[in-house]
Design a protein around this ligand. Structure first.
Ligand code: C2E
Ligand code: MG
Ligand code: MG
Ligand code: MG
Length: 299
C-alpha cells in the first residue's frame, strides 16, 4: 500500500526491518518478505543509481561523482540504501548487488567519458562484507576491462570497519587495487575508532570527513578545530580530503579557509538520477570563483 513506510524497528535490532502501515498502526510486512522482494529486485530491474557530484575547491568545478544506490519498489516507492543494505549484507545479496553497482556505475562513467567529460571520476561504495567475501581486485580488473574506463577514474569508498578486520588480507587486496591504479578512499572518517595514524599502514588516498563533523564546523569551536586538524593531518600524510554533507555557505567558507580539497553535499547538489546529472554537467555547473581557493592540488 502506498502509505506503508519502511522503517527499522530499533527493538528488533539493527537488521529488523519491517513495514509499518501508519494509518492502521499494524505491521504489514515482515523481514522475510522484504528479503524475498530484495532477491528479485535485481532481476526485476528495481535497483537504480543516483549520482552526487564532488566539487574541487581549487577550481570550483565538478571533477567526479559518487554512485548512490536506491531501490524503486513497486507500490512503495524509492527506498534509501540504509534501509536495505544491512539486509543485503546479512543475506549475501550484497555480492550480486555490489557487482551490479560497480558495473552500472562504470558503464555510466564510460558514457560520460565518451560524451564530452573525459576526466570525470566515479566513486563506488564497497561494504566490508562484500570486500571480504570476493576477490575485489579480480572483479575490478574485469569491470574496468568490460567498460573501458581507465583505472585512474574509478574510486572505491571503503569503511573503517573493513580496515579493522583481517588486516593482512585487506592490506594485500588494497595493494593489488593500487597496482591496478584505482583510487582508494575512506568513507565517513571520524565515525569509527581509527585515527589517521592507524590509517598510515593502508594505501588510502582520500579521506572523506563524515558529515557529523561538517555539521559542527560553524556551530561549535570543538567541531571546527577537530575538522581543521583532520584536514591538516590528512595533508601531512599526503591524503586528499573531501568534506561530506556540506549544506551551507558557512560550512563551505570554513572548508575553503582551511584548505579542504573538495566538497560534496546538498549545498551544491543532491544525488541525482543520471539524466539530471547529465543536464548539470552540460550546464557547466560549478561554484562561483569567490567560493573557491587556489591551493588545492590540481585535478
Ligand atoms: P555515504 O557513502 O557516506 O553517502 C553519503 C550519504 O549522505 C548519501 O546518503 C547522500 O545522499 C547523503 N548526503 C549527501 N549530501 C548530503 C547533505 O548535504 N546533507 C545530508 N543530510 N545528507 C547528504 P544515501 O544515498 O542515503 O546513502 C547512505 C549510505 O548508504 C551511504 O553513505 C553508503 O554508506 C551506503 N550506500 C549507498 N550506496 C551504496 C552502494 O552502492 N553500496 C554500498 N555497499 N553501500 C551504499
Ligand atoms: Mg560513500
Ligand atoms: Mg560517507
Ligand atoms: Mg554514510
Amino acid at each position: 500500500t502506498a502509505d506503508a513506510a519502511l522503517y527499522s524497528a530499533k527493538d528488533k535490532g539493527r537488521n529488523g526491518y519491517q513495514f509499518y502501515n501508519h494509518k492502521m498502526g499494524v505491521l504489514v510486512e515482515e523481514r522475510a518478505e522484504i528479503e524475498h522482494a530484495l532477491h528479485q529486485a535485481l532481476a526485476h530491474h528495481e535497483l537504480e543509481l543516483h549520482y552526487q557530484p564532488k566539487v574541487d575547491l581549487g577550481s570550483g568545478k565538478i571533477y567526479g561523482m559518487e554512485a548512490l544506490l536506491r531501490w524503486r519498489r513497486p507500490e512503495i516507492g524509492l527506498v534509501p540504501p540504509d534501509r536495505f543494505i544491512p539486509l543485503a549484507e546479512d543475506t549475501g545479496l550484497i555480492i550480486p548487488i555490489g557487482e551490479w553497482v560497480l558495473r552500472t556505475a562504470c558503464a555510466q562513467l564510460g558514457a560520460w567519458h565518451a560524451n564530452g567529460f573525459p576526466h570525470l571520476t566515479m566513486a563506488v561504495n564497497v561494504s566490508a562484507r562484500q570486500f571480504l567475501q570476493i576477490n575485489m581486485p579480480d572483479l575490478v580488473r574485469e569491470v574496468l576491462a568490460d567498460s573501458g574506463v581507465p583505472a585512474e577514474c574509478l574510486e572505491l569508498e571503503l569503511t573503517e570497519s573493513l580496515l579493522m578486520q583481517n588486516r593482512d588480507l585487506v592490506v594485500q587486496s588494497l595493494e593489488q587495487l593500487k597496482e591496478i591504479g584505482v583510487t582508494l578512499s575512506l568513507d565517513d572518517f571520524g565515525t569509527g575508532y581509527s585515527s589517521l595514524s592507524y590509517l598510515k599502514q593502508f594505501p588510502i588516498d582520500v579521506v572523506k570527513i563524515d558529515q557529523s563533523f561538517i555539521r559542527d564546523v560553524t556551530d561549535n569551536v570543538d567541531g571546527a578545530s577537530l575538522t581543521k586538524s583532520i584536514i591538516a593531518m590528512a595533508k601531512s600524510l599526503h591524503m586528499t580530503t573531501v568534506a561530506e554533507g556540506v549544506e551551507t555557505e558557512g560550512q563551505l567558507g570554513f572548508l575553503n579557509t582551511n584548505l579542504c580539497d573538495a566538497i560534496q553535499g546538498y549545498y551544491f547538489s543532491r544525488p541525482l538520477p543520471s539524466g539530471e546529472m547529465d543536464t548539470l554537467l552540460h550546464a557547466g555547473a560549478r561554484l562561483p570563483p569567490d567560493n573557491c581557493h587556489a591551493e588545492s592540488r590540481q585535478r
